[in-house]
Design a protein around this ligand. Structure first.
Ligand code: TRP
Length: 74
């Protein structure tokens, strides 16, 4: 399955950061929301069920493509 080895890391920089998983396939919808408090880290993969993620709140996201802050301007 394409994408199965792609890990990403989300580190929460405030309380109440949400990591929302979106479904793979023709129907793109939320299927899971994980709440992280400040300093908590989630390590996860893109899977057969998850093709995209959406992050709400201040966080650092690291992927094999690089890293980004949710509040960065560029
Ligand atoms: N059951 C989900 C899946 O296998 C678990 C999961 C994996 C997930 N990666 C995720 C949930 C990213 C939210 C965000 O796809």
């Amino acid at each position: 399955m394409s994408g199965a080895q792609d890990f990403f890391v989300v580190k929460a920089e405030e309380d109440g950061v949400n990591v929302i998983g979106l479904t793979r396939g023709t129907d793109t919808r939320f299927h899971h929301s994980e709440k992280l408090d400040k300093g908590e880290v989630m390590v996860a993969q893109f899977t057969e069920h998850t093709s995209a993620i959406k992050i709400r709140g201040r966080a650092l996201i690291q992927t094999s493509h690089g890293e980004v802050h949710t509040d960065s301007q560029s």
